[in-house]
Design a protein. Structure first.
Length: 427
């Protein structure tokens, strides 16, 4: 008895659809081969979907496609038999002995003389020499064959061939699943790459490196996109403003909310609102949109050319004020995180800065970075770093701090988003 392995002819299609069609063609060839081996008349390949089965391929012994409705036995009955079996690669199935058939489905109506069912087990493909089978309960479907005219040929050799075909079909299905997962992963990576580029484009393109006000900054996401955000801009003649915000959570949802906050801060700055009013409005906006389920810490500060530093700190890590002449202090918090309570208010504090003084702003991805001993960077190393590097150039100071955090944690990829902004009043 010859077995034809040639696939039905498939027309050329775009790559994604062509792969799906190729998979269907291979499964159809499996059904055709099973019909030839067993000398049965009709073959159906059924795939499982939760608690039911769906016909994926329906063929007759001449290689012609059949309507799915040609399978007269209810798929729910076949499904119960499939999951009540005890053997991994074999099952006993007598449609007339199963409960659940309609009374009208008599022997005369079904006209079935022989029925063969072979489970399609879930496989995990390894090397070319190894295919791993899973448990008897972990099935993806089955190969159903029946005949009205004659008994199926299930000699020992044919039975083994049939089981080999079933494994071949299972492997094809597993490979198709893995391929689809890989394609979905690639699509997600492409989308995240676009999101990362957009997020990077939202950051300031240029920072002031000369003049009376200078800045250096960086933001390192823990994932493809992050929930940290910073911005610097001129808000009035001789006044620069900086904002650093950190949205609760990580990943895409945090990045979207960070972009939303950026727009809110931008509108507030363009409207020339007092800092405390802008923060209150952003707080109300965020609380209204998230109902308190998401929040953000933020610090917004401004430096005037005559040397006045003003800031509002909404639950953000307290910045360092690094004096050129020696000494370091911390800028106090002045309110709750944004979005936490609608009635929160925000006080503005002031400090006089002298030429050469710096303000170090950062997110909790830096302050709460942990080493192997469970120590936080802020508690164990940040103050000492500031003391040791106060004489560094502005960009040198920022890059050295980034390296110090990486060395402290022992990993180049932070667990949480890390943002560093260093402001210098040159006078």
């Amino acid at each position: 008895m010859g077995v034809c392995w040639s696939r039905p002819r498939c027309r050329s299609r775009p790559a994604a659809r062509a792969r799906r069609v190729w998979g269907s063609c291979v499964l159809a060839s499996v059904v055709d081969a099973a019909l030839a081996i067993t000398a049965t008349e009709r073959g159906f390949l059924l795939l499982g979907d939760k608690d039911t089965l769906h016909v994926r391929v329906a063929r007759d012994r001449f290689g012609a496609a059949l309507p799915n409705a040609e399978l007269q036995v209810p798929t729910s009955v076949i499904h119960r038999a499939l999951h009540s079996r005890r053997e991994l690669l074999t099952m006993n199935f007598d449609p007339l002995a199963q409960q659940g058939l309609l009374p009208s489905m008599s022997v005369a109506n079904l006209e079935l003389r022989s029925v063969v069912c072979v489970p399609l087990v879930r496989v995990r493909t390894g090397s070319l020499q190894e295919t791993l089978l899973t448990s008897v309960r972990d099935t993806v479907g089955l190969l159903y064959l029946d005949s009205r005219d004659a008994q199926a040929d299930l000699s020992a050799g044919n039975r083994e061939l049939l089981q080999t075909l079933a494994l071949e079909a299972s492997t094809v299905l597993e490979n198709a699943r893995l391929l689809e997962e890989e394609r979905a992963k690639q699509r997600m990576e492409e989308e995240l790459n676009v999101a990362r580029k957009i997020q990077n484009d939202l950051l300031p393109r240029e920072l002031p490196l000369t003049g009376w006000f200078r800045a250096a900054a960086a933001s390192i996401p823990s994932r493809e996109v992050g929930g940290d955000y910073y911005d610097l801009r001129v808000i009035a003649p001789d006044v620069w403003a900086a904002v650093v915000a950190d949205v609760s959570g990580k990943g895409v949802s945090a990045a979207l909310l960070a972009a939303l906050l950026q727009g809110a801060f931008l509108l507030g700055a363009e409207a020339a609102l007092p800092t405390e009013v802008m923060m209150s409005r952003v707080n109300h906006f965020l609380n209204e949109r998230t109902q308190g389920e998401k929040y953000a810490t933020a610090i917004c500060c401004s430096i005037h050319r005559h040397g006045t530093l003003r800031w509002v700190n909404a639950g953000h890590p307290r910045p360092y004020l690094i004096r050129r002449g020696g000494g370091t202090s911390r800028l106090a918090s002045t309110g709750l995180p944004l979005g936490m309570l609608d009635v929160a208010s925000y006080e503005v504090l002031e400090e006089r800065v002298m030429p050469g003084d710096r303000v170090l702003l950062f997110s909790d991805g830096l302050s709460e970075a942990e080493n192997d001993a469970g120590e936080f960077f802020e508690q164990a190393a940040l103050a000492q770093f500031v003391a040791d590097h106060r004489g560094d150039g502005l960009e040198e100071f920022r890059s050295a701090l980034e390296r110090a955090v990486s060395e402290f944690t022992g990993t180049p990829v932070p667990v949480d988003d890390v943002t560093i902004v260093v402001l210098e009043y040159a006078g």
